[in-house]
Design a protein around this ligand. Structure first.
Ligand code: HEC
Length: 460
C-alpha cells in the first residue's frame, strides 16, 4: 500500500464522522478492519497483549493514533477524529487491555478463603450476613459495630455477629437511586460524648439532598438529635445520583464531608453551590471562619470540582486528607484534598461518559489539581481507609481502596503524594462499598451482593 493511499484510508473507510459518536462504534468504524473485532490484531497488531512499541502510556497511544506510524502501516487519524474521540479510543484500548491481562488474586489451592497476597496470609470471613444493602460501618467501643443499610436502617451488630433490630427514631431518608441512609461515623471522642453522625439523602417534597445529623443511641433508640449540615431547599433536586456523603474527622475534630455533583456536573465548578464539593465544619455544625469561601461563596466548602467523593480518610502520619472520587467511565480518581483547590470536574477528567461518548479531551489545565492517580478502566472506586492495625504489619499506613463494579480491594503503597504500587489483594468476592481497619487489626469490608459485613483476619 503506498503512503498517500494509507494516509487517505481513514477518510475512505469512514466518510463523515459525527462529533459525539460512541467509542465502540468509533472503533468498529475506524480501527476494527486492521486491529480485529476484539482488538486481538490482524493487519495491525494486537492492542490487548500488553506489548507496545512505545511505553503504552495514554500519551503515547494518543500520539500514535493522531500521527500514525506510516512506516509500519498505521494510518494517521489526527485529521479525521477529534481530540475527544481520540481520547475516548485511548480509554477504550486501555479498558480492553486491562480486562485481557487481568491476573487476579485467587484463594490458595485446597482452600476457599485463604489468600497469600501482598506479603500477608489472610482469610476472608463473614461477620454478619442477611443485611440489606449495607453502606458503611463504624466500630463502637467494646467490639460492637454500627452499620447503615441504604433503605434506611441503622443496626448494631454484636461482636459475635448477631444482627440487632433497626434502631428506632432515626431520620426519614429517601431511598432512591444512589440515595438513602449512607454514612455512619463516630465522634473521635465517642467514648466520652457518645455522638454518632449519620449522613443521608434527606427528602423534601419529591426532591432530596445530602444532610448530616448527630445523635446518641440509648436502649436501641436514636435520641438527642441535632442537625449538623442541611442545605437550603433551593439546592434540593429530584435526581437520584451523586450524594457523596462520606465523613472524616481530623485530629482537631473538624468534620470533613463530601457532596457529589447531584448529577449536575457543571455546578461542581460553582462555589456558590454545595454540590460537587468537599466541605469542612466544626463537629457541632458551626462554620469555621477560615473556610476558603466563607465570604463570597457557599461557606462550608473546603475544595471544589469533586464529582462524587465516595471515600475520605486522613493519613495517620501526614494528617493529609485523602479522597477517592467516583469518576465517569475511566476517570476514577485518588486525590489529596487541599484548602480551596479546584479538582477540575467536569472541565478536566480522565474519563468519558458511560455510554462511550466523550466529555472532554482535556485532562489538565492550569489552576486545576491533578489526581494522585486515576483508574482506567474505572473500577467504580468507593470507600478508602489507611490501614492502622497491627495484624498485617506490612500493610501499615498503606491505603486500602474498595471498588464496586470491579469487586476489587486495592492496597496502595505511597511515597508522599505518589503511588509507588497499586496491588489488588482481593477480587470477585462481592461489590465492595466500604473498608475500615478495626480496633482488633482485622480489615473490615462492607459488601453488597452478598450483603455482608466481612473481615480479613491473619492466618499463620
Ligand atoms: C490500515 C490498517 C490500520 C487501521 C485502520 C488502524 N491501524 Fe493501528 N496499526 C496498524 C499497524 C499495521 C500498526 C503497526 C503494527 C506494529 O507495530 O507491528 C498499528 C499500530 C497501532 C498502535 C500502536 C501499537 C504499538 O505497539 O505501539 C495503536 C495504538 C493503534 N494502531 C491504534 C489504532 C486505532 C485506535 C485505530 C482506529 C482509530 C487504528 N489503529 C487503525 C494498522 C492499522
Amino acid at each position: 500500500m503506498n503512503r498517500s493511499l494509507l494516509a487517505a484510508l481513514p477518510l475512505i473507510i469512514t466518510g463523515l464522522c459525527e462529533a459525539k459518536q460512541k467509542v465502540d462504534e468509533l472503533y468498529a468504524q475506524h480501527c476494527q478492519i486492521c486491529h480485529g473485532e476484539k482488538l486481538e490484531g490482524g493487519l495491525g497488531k494486537s492492542l490487548i497483549d500488553g506489548v507496545w512499541r512505545g511505553d503504552g502510556s495514554a500519551a503515547s497511544l494518543t500520539e500514535i493514533i493522531r500521527n500514525g506510524q506510516p512506516e509500519l502501516g498505521m494510518p494517521p487519524f489526527g485529521e479525521v477524529l477529534s481530540k475527544e474521540e481520540i481520547r475516548g479510543l485511548v480509554i477504550y484500548i486501555q479498558e480492553k487491555e486491562k480486562y485481557a491481562l487481568e491476573n487476579p488474586p485467587r484463594p490458595e489451592p485446597g482452600t476457599k478463603d485463604v489468600y497469600h497476597v501482598a506479603g500477608e496470609r489472610f482469610r476472608l470471613e463473614t461477620v454478619a450476613s442477611g443485611l440489606s444493602t449495607p453502606w458503611s460501618v463504624a466500630f463502637l467501643p467494646g467490639g460492637r459495630f454500627l452499620v447503615t443499610e441504604k433503605p434506611g436502617q441503622l443496626r448494631i451488630i454484636e461482636a459475635d455477629g448477631e444482627v440487632g433490630p433497626p434502631i428506632e427514631g432515626i431520620p426519614e431518608v429517601r431511598d432512591k437511586g444512589q440515595g438513602g441512609l449512607l454514612e455512619v461515623a463516630l465522634h473521635p471522642d465517642v467514648a466520652e460524648n457518645r455522638w454518632v453522625y449519620l449522613s443521608f439523602a434527606d427528602p423534601k417534597g419529591d426532591a432530596q439532598m445530602t444532610k448530616i445529623v448527630r445523635g446518641r443511641i440509648r436502649d436501641n433508640r436514636w435520641v438527642d438529635e441535632e442537625t449538623i449540615f442541611e442545605a437550603p431547599e433551593e439546592f434540593y433536586t429530584n435526581r437520584g445520583h451523586h450524594f457523596g456523603n462520606r465523613i472524616a474527622f481530623d485530629k482537631d475534630n473538624y468534620l470533613f464531608f463530601s457532596i457529589g455533583d447531584r448529577g449536575q456536573q457543571d455546578q461542581a465548578q460553582d462555589t456558590t453551590r454545595p454540590n460537587g464539593k468537599i466541605h469542612r465544619i466544626h463537629d457541632d455544625g458551626r462554620i469555621p471562619k477560615d473556610n476558603p469561601f466563607v465570604d463570597d461563596g457557599y461557606p462550608t466548602i473546603w475544595s471544589y470540582g469533586n464529582r462524587n467523593a465516595q471515600g475520605l480518610d486522613f493519613h495517620p502520619e501526614t494528617g493529609q486528607l485523602w479522597e477517592s472520587e467516583h469518576g465517569p467511565r475511566g476517570g476514577d480518581e485518588l486525590n489529596v484534598i487541599k484548602r480551596g483547590v479546584n479538582y477540575g470536574w467536569p472541565v478536566i477528567t480522565y474519563g468519558m461518559n458511560y455510554n462511550g461518548t466523550p466529555i472532554t479531551s482535556e485532562t489538565e489545565r492550569p489552576g486545576m489539581a491533578q489526581p494522585v492517580t486515576y483508574w482506567t478502566p474505572s473500577i467504580a472506586v468507593c470507600g478508602i481507609d489507611f490501614y492502622e492495625g497491627d495484624a498485617f504489619p506490612s500493610w501499615k499506613n498503606k491505603l486500602l481502596v474498595t471498588s464496586l463494579r470491579q469487586q476489587e480491594l486495592h492496597l496502595i503503597t505511597l511515597n508522599g503524594e505518589e503511588v509507588v504500587r497499586d496491588e489488588i489483594i482481593l477480587e470477585d468476592r462481592g461489590r465492595l462499598r466500604d473498608v475500615g481497619s478495626g480496633p482488633d487489626g482485622a480489615v473490615y469490608l462492607v459488601l453488597n451482593s452478598p450483603d455482608e459485613l466481612a473481615r480479613l483476619v491473619p492466618v499463620e
